[in-house]
Design a protein around this ligand. Structure first.
Ligand SMILES: O=C[C@H](O)COP(=O)(O)O
Length: 328
């Protein structure tokens, strides 16, 4: 078997200037449209468009691991579960498989937990470069008093979170109150300080792709480092049409301001083959630069298990039972 060279998955990360945001440009926001039927037609063709096999597929799956926010966001999370998840982030795939693949040292992109679990995760990841992301601001509904949402961000940063996943107020989008969304996002970004901020739009609750596109633009104008689809708790989470809509706003924002904004699809992505479709779409629409952990993450709690099974099959020729990959 041909060894997959690590440079195929670990390209050097270029230092990107952080998005400082721009003043709210309402004429830009209102000019943003989304042709739903065209987007849906295009998205429907994507799964069959590209097919990567054998070593190339294994390399792309390793890439997907390096771009994953390995997540646990459950009401019954315990320190033990978070420590096991962190162990998995450090060593996402069996060492002998990684050795055969030439991918020793591979880790996930980050760990994503509730605020309450940040200190445990920081402790469990000490000595690694794996960042800890916290979902703050009254996740998942984001309807606690605003001052508490801002205070929660501060608490998460003080506890050692490197990244903060905030949730926006869906009401502002549904009512077209772009100023309120901009002001909220600006304040949340400021509360994050040096920690990078991912704006969760909860796209399944925004009513239309046009609203998704406009909310994306407003959050970027207000300084979001990433825009993220979903909390994983809505009835509809990450989809291909939503992804196409959001990444095209990222492309336009980059063309108009020079800032590169990251993208995080989250919720319901649990199969290796689906992850490959997302990566191919990012490559086609935004280019290779976006296939780095500072600009792309999967938010996923169960994707790693399926990727691990596929990699095991690639190396050994046999599939292991799903229960052997209980975490991730
Ligand atoms: O942000 C991450 C999501 O909550 C994960 O969703 P999932 O459990 O459906 O993979």
């Amino acid at each position: 078997m041909q060894t997959i060279h690590p440079t195929m998955t670990h390209l050097p990360t270029i230092q990107e200037p952080r998005n400082n945001g721009i003043p709210l440009d309402l004429s830009w926001v209102k000019s943003v449209q989304a042709n739903t039927s065209a987007i849906e037609r295009r998205a429907a063709t994507l799964p069959g468009r590209r097919s990567v096999k054998k070593d190339y597929q294994a390399a792309w799956l390793c890439k997907a691991i390096s771009l994953m926010d390995l997540t646990t966001l459950s009401g019954d999370d315990t320190e033990g579960r978070v420590r096991r998840l962190c162990a998995k982030a450090r060593q996402p795939v069996r060492p002998d498989l990684l050795k055969t693949l030439g991918m020793e040292g591979l880790t996930t992109g980050a760990i994503c937990v509730y605020h309450d679990m940040v200190e445990t995760a920081v402790d469990a990841l000490r000595g690694t470069n794996i960042p800890v992301a916290a979902v703050s601001t009254g996740f998942p509904a984001g309807l606690s008093p605003f001052k508490f949402r801002i205070a929660e961000i501060g608490e998460s940063v003080n506890a050692g979170a490197d990244e903060i996943d905030i949730v926006i107020t869906r009401r502002h989008v549904l009512q077209g109150n772009w100023q309120a969304l901009y002001d909220e996002m600006t304040e949340m970004r400021a509360a994050c300080g040096q920690a990078h901020v991912k704006a969760i739009l909860a796209t399944g609750e925004l009513g239309s792709l046009r609203n998704v596109a406009r909310a994306s633009v407003v959050c970027m104008m207000a300084g979001a480092d990433f825009i993220k689809t979903s909390t994983g708790k809505e009835s509809v989470n990450a989809t291909l049409p939503v992804t196409l809509t959001m990444i095209r706003t990222i492309r336009e924002y980059h063309e108009r301001t020079g800032f590169r904004i990251g993208y995080k699809p989250a919720g319901g992505i649990s199969k290796a083959k689906d992850a490959l479709v997302y990566l191919a779409m990012i490559k086609d629409e935004l280019g290779d630069r976006w296939l780095q952990p500072d600009l792309f993450r999967f938010g996923a709690s169960s994707l790693l298990g399926d990727i691990e099974r596929q990699l095991e099959h690639h190396v050994t020729g046999g599939y292991s039972a799903g229960w052997r990959h209980a975490i991730g």
